[in-house]
Write a protein that binds this ligand. Structure first.
Ligand code: ARG
Length: 592
């Protein structure tokens, strides 16, 4: 494993050295190197530094250039010139591009460094609710969370996954009471255990039936309330029934995650109930320390800037006046567990933006209690709403929430049709068509979610998602498969770097973009913005398309070393695409 300095960082360092030689009082000043259309890079930092030192920026820039012996053999910088009021335009040597990429290619990690001081991040994601159907909102948390987990792990961070499923609370009193009074409702229709989706539809039926009774029958309501108390007090019969709901639901969750081509492991599923034993102590600590106070019998935490519509302070309620604990007490206990027992340095919550106020209050409470501090911080990776084509929150024609499984099935159907159209040309077997259809369909759904900034709403539009042109996963998957096919057809010629060759503009552009992979990943990991990785991969595929237009890889007109060097470039592109897509949870079939 050898991490590789990117060309940008090497050039930046050279310019920084020349800069501090020319202007010693600037110290280790950053020349602010950026990719540029005019040259390979532009350094913009000299203007501000000159201004500060009351120097003439163009003169300073000229001095920096004089201190950089550009163009000498073996040097990274081929050309450097002053432009405008004091910018530097920098072109790197073709040799340097290929040599850097060769170092990346020689490494399994494509030269991406591991974090020097990795911490432990707990990622709270993919948290559906027991006895309820999964919908598109759960899709976002699962897809974005899984991508962040992979990206963080790849950069060397220790990651603990937590699926904070909704498996506790008042609705279980209602469900359990109903089941006690209608004991055969959950019996399996065909004797044996039901498949995930069938299990869910019986649960759903039960949920609806119990809800109707709860809303119409006051006696049942009262019995349900007593049932919650029994549940929280640990009554064995009640717990056993509750466990049935949880087990049944988990079978269903796993079947959906499986459909999503996503691995969820049992030990990582720690639902709300998992913190039950801590709730009382959490409240005690908060009350003893004065962080929480009694208000109308409830235990509350107040915030100056959180007010209700009536202008009165709207507190976070950690314990209700009837003694019940809610969502906040659970989340606060989970923070204690994650910090104290799991040793977390960062907590990331991949949760709908509509819960932002809850997390703001929970985090602030945890800070006042000292559970979060300079060494341990928490962030909500808040995501927006999935909209229908009409731009309104996604609903069925009947106005109901759309079941996630239905959407996924439809995506796979559409994708399979797309794959089938080209299957003859590529020579795919029926089995391969089915497998690719699944990878393309599920990839399309994931990519559509991951390619827009999480905080924004997006429209769920399957036609657009499986389109071969534009910013879609299929476009990236085809780019990958096409490279693989070129390499298969190359016969004797193997991908080999030839740093001595002069590069065509499209080769340089592709090469410089490949060199950015590690930088993009570290940025994405630090900012929790997987859409920037998606954008990088899409640009990579676009550079590849331009490269194909302008450069033939296999051609009798090309000298053998040009063929090898171009194979080397596309091979590294394929590996980068494959790695990047894998981090996003998307497969790249070899033949498509
Ligand atoms: N189960 C919740 C829901 O479906 C999401 C849980 C989010 N995580 C948390 N620690 N509160 O809305």
């Amino acid at each position: 494993m050898a991490s590789v300095h990117s060309l940008a960082s090497t050039v930046n360092q050279r310019v920084a050295d020349a800069l501090s030689a020319a202007l010693p009082e600037a110290g280790a000043a950053d020349p602010l190197l950026r990719r540029s259309d005019r040259a390979d890079f532009q350094a913009n930092g000299i203007l501000a530094l000159a201004k500060k030192a009351k120097a003439n920026p163009r003169e300073l820039a000229t001095q920096v250039v004089a201190g950089l012996p550009a163009g000498s053999a073996g040097d990274v910088i081929k050309e450097i010139e002053v432009s405008g009021p004091g910018f530097l335009n920098i072109t790197v040597a073709d040799r340097a591009i290929i040599e850097t990429l060769a170092a990346r290619a020689a490494d399994d990690r494509l030269g991406v460094p591991l974090a020097e001081q990795p911490g432990t991040t707990v990622v709270d994601y993919a948290q559906p609710n027991v006895a309820k159907e999964m919908h598109v909102g759960h899709l976002r948390s699962a897809v974005i969370g899984a991508a962040m987990v992979e990206i963080l792990e790849f950069t060397g961070e220790k990651v603990v996954r937590r699926h904070h499923i909704g498996d506790w609370g008042t609705q279980f009193g209602m469900l359990i009471q109903y089941l006690t009074e209608h004991p055969h409702e959950l019996d399996h229709k065909h004797g044996g255990p039901e498949e995930g989706e069938a299990a869910m539809s019986s649960l759903n039926r039960l949920y609806k039936a119990s809800r109707v009774l709860f809303d119409s029958d006051d006696d049942f309501k009262a019995r349900s309330r007593d049932r919650v108390v029994a549940l929280q007090a640990g009554d064995p019969d009640t717990l056993a029934l509750w466990q049935r709901f949880v087990d049944e639901s988990k079978i269903y969750f796993y079947s959906v995650f499986n459909k999503l081509d996503m691995e969820i492991n049992d030990p990582d599923v720690v639902g709300e109930s998992g913190y039950n034993a801590m709730l009382e102590e959490t409240c005690q600590i908060l009350e003893d320390s004065g962080v929480a106070v009694r208000s109308d019998g409830a235990l509350c935490v107040f915030f100056d800037d959180v007010k209700g519509p009536d202008g009165k302070p709207s507190p976070l309620i950690v314990k209700k006046s009837n003694g019940g604990y809610g969502y906040a007490a659970t989340d606060l206990s989970a923070i204690r567990d994650r910090v104290k027992n799991l040793g977390a340095s960062t907590l990331v919550y991949v949760v709908d933006a509509r819960q932002s106020l809850h997390f703001k209050m929970v985090f602030e409470t945890a800070r006042r209690a000292g559970w979060l501090n300079e060494d341990v911080h928490a962030v909500q990776l808040a995501f927006g709403t999935v909209l229908g084509k009409d731009g309104k929150p996604f609903k069925t024609r009947e106005g109901e929430t759309v079941r996630l499984v239905d959407l996924l099935d439809e995506a796979v159907d559409r994708a399979t049709a797309v794959v089938r159209e080209k299957a003859d040309k590529v020579g795919l077997t029926e089995e391969e068509i089915v497998e690719n259809g699944r990878y393309v369909g599920i990839g399309a759904v994931k990519y559509a979610d991951l390619s827009t900034s999480a905080s924004r709403d997006y429209k769920f539009d399957l036609d657009q998602m499986v389109s071969l042109n534009g910013d879609t996963s299929v476009y990236l998957q085809y780019a990958y498969a096409r490279i693989r096919s070129i390499i298969r057809r190359a016969g004797e010629s193997k991908p080999t770097a030839h740093p001595e060759l002069e590069l065509a503009p499209a080769e340089r552009a592709l090469g410089l973009h490949l060199d950015r992979f590690a930088e993009v990943l570290s940025e994405v990991a630090a900012s929790y913005e997987p859409h920037k990785l998606a954008a990088y991969l899409y640009q990579l595929a676009s550079h590849l398309t331009t490269f194909y237009d302008q450069c033939q890889v296999i051609s009798a007109d090309n000298p053998p070393e040009v063929v090898e060097n171009r194979l080397f470039l596309v091979d590294l592109t394929a590996r980068t695409l494959h790695q990047g897509m894998a981090l996003l949870g998307i497969r790249t079939p070899e033949r498509l």
